[in-house]
Design a protein around this ligand. Structure first.
Ligand code: PLP
Length: 418
């Protein structure tokens, strides 16, 4: 897509979102408080609007894509079979199909009915979890660096943004987070954290739940949970704590394009989502094929342990290679990505790597000389290693990436897509 087409598509989608936002603001109290003027600068600032797909259009078909933390293995065979079995039934709405998947999830986590919403991906409900608990007088406290959807939601809602640096082990510093603001609306914890891949111990999240000011909620984004060895905090939802947990099928389950995710929380916290978007938008029904694929994936007992091991093995091999060559990586990743120091602005290095047909991830303002790299297949990471050494051996500034469309952000959220 040429950049002019890209811009006009983005603008058209953007106008549609604005139209919908203005209509919605009359019905949704929290949105009315921030109305249209708030939406415009936040969207305008999002240079990568359109996501990494925009970048890929400019790349040769054999480019190694290790930029968006997707799973190179794609959906499991069990999920693909479920899709082909349910697709012929797609002429009907089939609410029973999604109810079956919700029941399987509830069983797995010991949740009572009404504590879970099955959604197209987790980005949409993540926005709603954030937006329904923050506002001009309800700050958002979040880790830095961490996933940008947190502070973007704060911008949309005109909520004070309170970034708190990660601690020495690159975990969320929950004690500093509590000290950072006397009465925030929400704390956002990404575990494992994006972009560092590092873990915030479960005990720290339990401490935060026990010590946070009354009236605030803890939002835990477990998008990458399955790659890690840490225990989930979904049991805290079942225990009726002030917590919302998000899960996605986009990562270990390899279903980023199929779109399935869940928001898990007390019914009153899920109901609050409708203060910022109508239920049809927020807890939108997912397609029967995605629902069936999600359920088959949940019931596939081999899938998570096998893929966790495959990812961990390739990640270890890659990190060993980088460390052996004295490159500096952020230690402790338990995710399908890691950060590495490229000793120059990450954006320049990204551009140099694309010339070698390797699309890597972005850098974060808190760590501008580090780039995030997704763990691909063994073969893909072998190509990454060769290109990485070549680009590191090239003097900073030598690569000219100006002709490439380089997205600043991957924007997975349905709310921002239009
Ligand atoms: C930390 C985190 N949360 C949420 C998401 C949203 O993903 P999806 O909408 O595909 O579920 C992503 C996607 O990259 C992510 O990295």
């Amino acid at each position: 897509m040429s950049s002019s087409v890209h811009t006009s598509v983005s603008r058209r989608s953007f106008m549609r979102i604005l139209g919908a936002a203005s209509a919605a603001a009359t019905s949704f109290p929290a949105l009315a408080a921030v109305q249209q003027p708030a939406a415009a600068p936040a969207q305008g600032a999002r240079r990568g609007f359109g996501g990494d797909a925009g970048m890929m259009r400019h790349l040769s078909p054999d480019t190694v894509i290790i930029s968006s933390n997707e799973n190179p293995l794609g959906p499991a065979q069990s999920a693909l079979s479920a899709i082909s079995e349910t697709a012929p039934l797609g002429g009907r709405y089939h609410q029973e199909e999604t109810m079956k998947t919700v029941a399987v999830f509830n069983d797995l986590f010991g949740l009572k009915p009404g504590y879970l919403a099955l959604t197209p991906g987790s980005g949409g409900p993540l926005d709603l979890a954030l937006m329904s608990n923050i506002g001009p007088d309800k700050a958002l406290v979040y880790g830095d660096p961490s996933y940008e959807q947190g502070f973007r939601a704060a911008e949309t809602m005109k909520a004070p943004k309170v970034p708190v640096p990660l601690n020495a082990t690159f975990a969320h510093d929950v004690k500093a987070m509590v000290k950072a603001h006397p009465s925030p609306g929400a704390y956002y914890i990404v575990n494992p954290n994006n972009p560092t891949g590092t873990i915030t111990p479960r005990e720290d999240i339990l401490w935060l739940l026990a010590n946070k000011p009354a009236g605030s909620v803890v939002i835990v984004d477990e998008a990458y949970h399955h790659f890690s060895n840490e225990d989930s905090v979904i049991d805290q939802v079942a225990a009726d704590k002030d917590i919302i947990v998000l899960r996605t099928f986009s990562k270990i389950y390899g279903m980023a394009g199929l779109r399935a995710g869940v928001a898990v929380a007390r019914p009153d916290l899920l109901a609050k989502f409708s203060t910022v978007a109508p239920p049809a938008r927020s807890l939108a029904s997912i397609s029967i094929t995605s629902s069936a694929a999600a359920r088959a994936s949940l019931q596939d007992k081999e899938l998570v342990p096998l893929r966790r091991k495959i990812n961990a093995d390739v990640r270890s091999e890659t990190l060993e290679f980088l460390e052996k060559h004295n490159y500096k990586v952020v230690p402790g990743s338990q995710a399908n990505f890691f950060m590495v120091d490229v000793k120059r602005p990450g954006r320049d290095f990204q551009a140099a790597m694309i010339k070698e047909n390797i699309a890597i991830g972005r850098s974060w303002p808190a760590m501008p000389n580090f780039v995030r790299v997704t763990v691909g297949t063994k073969q893909e990471m072998a190509k990454f290693q060769t290109a990485f050494v070549k680009c590191m051996d090239t003097a900073p500034g030598a690569a000219n990436g100006a002709s490439l469309y380089m997205p600043e952000y991957h924007v997975p959220s349905e709310l921002y897509r239009g």
